[in-house]
Write a protein that binds this ligand. Sequence first.
Ligand code: AMP
Length: 215
Amino acid sequence: MDIILLGPPGAGKGTQAQRLVEHHGMLQLSTGDMLRETRKADTELGHKVADIMDSGGLVSDEIVSAMIDAKLADMGPETGAIFDGYPRTAAQADQLDDILARHGRKLDHVIELEVNEEALVERITGRFTCANCGAGYHDVFKQPATPGVCDKCGSTEFKRRPDDNEETVRKRMQEYRGKTAPILPGYEQRGIVSRVDGMASIEDVTHAIDSILTR
Ligand code: AMP
């Protein structure tokens, strides 16, 4: 089963994708994570990607679609893909259709996480992760049980995303509204869109997604 998780930055796509990986053995394909790897490299592409990400803009369709194509080429047909943060433009949605067809796959569900944008700014600007294992935390909503120590691996090193500041977040939301939300009607015409209340608790959102996948 291949699905898209759609929603503005901070809607919980990454959190829910990780839970689908744990519960259903699917694979999370996050273009944001792939680009965070790319930007680490001291190359022309790495610097270009870093500049775009820090501005809250979008990296070129060709670059992200090529990344997705390469990941799918390495995946067996029995493993379901969760597209997290991709597609983000109409061109990427078209490219994804071509890529899936080439790999003999098809899209089963597009799940939109509906959220209140103002609440998202608080959600995003407070989030941080364990630098060692990637476990996610939040200044207000989810502190580690022992302050300063990761619940999962015991590490005391944490990090924040450079693009999780208010100015960049607002630009990312503007990009979502202007370029990503308009791809939904095309998927609606195919009858594969489901909506979930992304402001509900993490557990409740997971539950709602599970019932969509098993119906
Ligand atoms: P994310 O982790 O999904 O919030 O993505 C972080 C940043 O990476 C975005 O603000 C964009 O700059 C870039 N990015 C991630 N996915 C895409 C995509 N599908 N198309 C273009 N840019 C992307």
